[in-house]
Design a protein around this ligand. Structure first.
Ligand code: ZN
Length: 118
């Protein structure tokens, strides 16, 4: 007699169905997603990760650029494929050297931000 059978007797003699084991990757993935949602709302973290980027159509905006990974973009080396909040389209995005931008371009970039999600 297995342990599950013995436990099942407590509910009128009906054998309990065996519980499926939780996948091992579920807890780390859940914690990583929770951190990706919570961390950007902490001001110093947001300031550290906020990066000016330009999409393939030339739009400037800021995004959270976290080198190890992202839940909102597909990475291709130094580029990413993600949603552009300015043109409302999907595009390849690259980081921009802010020293090469005019004050107007920099102000324009900081007017637009994509999702607050790493
Ligand atoms: Zn764009």
């Amino acid at each position: 007699m297995s342990l599950l059978t013995v436990r099942g007797r407590g509910n009128g003699g009906v054998a309990a169905s065996p519980r499926r084991p939780r996948p091992r990757w579920l807890v780390p993935l859940t914690l990583a997603f929770a951190a990706a949602v919570i961390a950007p709302r902490i001001a110093p973290v947001r300031r550290a990760l906020d990066t000016v980027v330009r999409c393939s159509s030339g739009h400037l905006y800021t995004t959270l650029w976290f080198p190890p990974g992202s839940f909102k973009a597909i990475r291709f080396g130094r580029s990413r494929f993600q949603r552009c909040p300015v043109g409302h389209h999907w595009a390849v995005v690259r980081r921009v050297d802010q020293s090469g931008l005019s004050p107007d371009e920099l102000a324009e970039a900081h007017e637009h931000h994509d999702l607050l999600l790493i």
